[in-house]
Ligand binder design. Structure first.
Ligand code: HEM
Length: 429
């Protein structure tokens, strides 16, 4: 990639060059390997290539069509939570539930419903309850030493038990999918609509790109945790910024009216035409990237080049650990003029590999299109029904509110994002 190219993304491309370098590796102590074994997120080198070669092709057009169908059906259940002229104070947690159920349905083919199922002993309900605990405690699981979980403290035991339930049920769900796959194999590969069935089909392949059953479970957990809070964070910030910038919301709404003939029957083609809505998502992600830093180990000496204030080569010594600061890259005024402004049109016609909030090749997010489809689909439904307005305090200006919102951004679970921000919604006539 030439550094001479004059584009607003020049510096980002430069960072991407660094990220794209095959000589950088994911630090083992920063990964989930100790929690659920090797998977696409934790592996490096040839082993990572094997995982990637199996996981990436599981994201098919058929899968994205399913994301559209399930988003539509799930949104219609979720809609009961909203009323006209209501100030919604728990939007973040509603969106988190939305993305969790989406990954359960489209990822594992599990019929998890919108409402959590009370105290039922049904396998899905048990899984659902345990998963909610596990999904909010991954960071604890990663950083606490194993002995902590044996301490006689009720809350720790509850977390530990929830994790064991999730891991056991994942194994059992994978085993029953395996049996189902074997009996339906003659229906062909195209029959497999969820990710899990696709991964299971890879356990039966007679090539060097196969997975063991425990690697299937590891990859499912990786997809779940990489895709849930990140997507909820993107959805939350998009809605909050659209609520703060009504003129941008109007452009997105007009595009939805123009491109979607029937919202109830929206399909993948309609979603692909919602380019401004997608740009709104990207701009919100730029302001509040879900993954704010990417750690890498440097196994061999490498040279990288700084661009400003003067161009010069920099030697990074073997054995160093570097952190790519996504937040700084996304707020660099040389690449993004007026970086503290919500300006979706800056994402017009930007190629996929420049959407740096999803990382960069070779380890670019494998679920990027899944997340984009889910978010755009949700926004189309939501904006079709509601006008959203981010609530300002008395006498507060938009700029002051923007600053307050940005100051409240933090790490929630595994993803960086906005906290609860109250938004008023009004039914569109
Ligand atoms: C808006 C939502 C999302 C954002 C912002 C996001 C962001 C990222 C980023 C920045 C990376 C690169 C990490 C690195 O280089 O170390 C990544 C990797 C990954 N993402 Fe996402 N992601 C999102 C949604 C998803 C979804 C929905 C899934 C799965 C269904 C997913 C699965 C993965 C996996 C498995 C990897 C590891 C890829 C590899 O190492 O080869 N992500 N994601």
């Amino acid at each position: 990639m030439s550094m001479e190219r004059q584009s607003p993304f020049q510096r980002s491309l430069y960072i991407n060059n660094m990220l794209a370098s095959h000589c950088l590796v994911n630090p083992v102590d920063f990964t989930t390997e100790s929690v659920w074994g090797t998977s696409i997120v934790s592996a490096n080198g040839e082993d990572w290539k094997r995982h990637r070669r199996v996981v990436a092709p599981a994201f098919t057009t058929k899968m994205f069509s399913r994301v559209v169908e399930e988003s539509t059906s799930l949104y219609s259940s979720m809609k009961d939570e909203f009323g006209s002229d209501q100030v919604v104070t728990n939007l973040r947690s509603l969106l988190h539930r939305f993305t969790l159920v989406m990954i359960c349905r489209c990822g594992f083919g599990m019929p998890v419903s919108w409402k959590q199922g009370g105290t039922s002993q049904d396998e899905i309900d048990i899984f659902d309850r345990a998963l909610s605990v596990a999904s909010s405690t991954l960071v604890h699981r990663l950083i606490f030493p194993k002995w902590v979980w044996s301490l006689p403290i009720k809350s720790l035991r509850h977390i530990d038990q929830s994790w064991k339930t999730v891991l056991t049920l994942f194994d059992s769900i994978a085993a029953s999918k395996q049996a189902q796959y074997s009996s339906e194999k003659e229906l062909g590969e195209e029959h497999a609509k969820d990710l899990l069935t696709k991964l299971i089909s890879a356990t039966e392949e007679d090539s060097k790109y196969t997975l063991t059953p425990s690697e299937v479970t590891g990859n499912m957990l990786s997809l779940l945790f990489a895709g849930n809070e990140t997507t909820a964070s993107a959805l939350m910030s998009t809605l909050v910024f659209l609520g703060l910038y009504p003129e941008e919301q109007e452009k997105a709404y007009q595009e939805i009216l123009r491109e979607v003939k029937s919202i109830a029957d929206m399909d993948l083609r309609d979603v692909a035409n919602l380019k401004y809505v997608l740009a709104c998502m990207h701009e919100a992600q730029r302001l509040v990237p879900a993954t704010i830093n990417l750690p890498r180990d440097v196994p061999e000496d490498m040279i990288t080049r700084s661009d400003r204030p003067v161009q010069k080569d920099i030697l990074i010594k073997a054995g160093s650990r570097i952190i790519i600061d996504t937040m700084a890259v996304c707020h660099n005024p040389h690449d993004f003029p007026n970086p503290q402004t919500f300006n979706p049109s800056r994402w017009h016609d930007v190629p996929d590999h420049d959407i740096i909030m999803f990382g960069s090749a070779p380890r670019m997010c494998v679920g990027r299109r899944f997340a984009q489809t889910e978010v755009v689909c949700f926004l189309a439904h939501f904006l079709w029904d509601w006008e959203v307005e981010t609530v300002l305090l008395d006498g507060e200006t938009r700029e002051e509110c923007f600053e307050q919102i940005m100051a409240g951004a933090s790490l929630y679970g595994t993803a960086f994002g906005l906290g609860e921000v109250p938004v008023r919604i009004r039914a569109r006539s």
